[in-house]
Design a protein. Structure first.
Length: 88
């Protein structure tokens, strides 16, 4: 099974628990959604840039070393949106 197929299965398996948790603590979910919306809104940086930064930070800091496997995929996506490789 592909990695993405497995992730999809895990998400489907957890859906009932996620729904129950969301119903048990709706204010926490509401607060998180407001925080996320405010943090990713257009401002000094466009929202899309903030989303890319959040994705990189979340993958690297939250997952640590194992996330480094996905850096190449993230870079490929960045290059696609940037219309070519980006070098420093």
């Amino acid at each position: 099974m592909s990695e993405h197929g497995h992730s999809h299965d895990v998400l489907n398996d957890l859906r009932p628990q996620h729904r129950a948790l969301r119903q048990a603590i709706p204010n926490v979910y509401r607060g998180y959604n407001e925080l996320r919306g405010s943090a990713l809104a257009d401002g000094a940086l466009p929202g899309k840039v903030k989303e890319l930064m959040a994705m990189a930070i979340g993958a690297i800091l939250m997952h640590g070393g194992p996330a480094t496997v996905y850096w190449a995929e993230g870079y490929a996506a960045f290059c696609e949106f940037a219309e070519g490789p980006v070098t420093t």
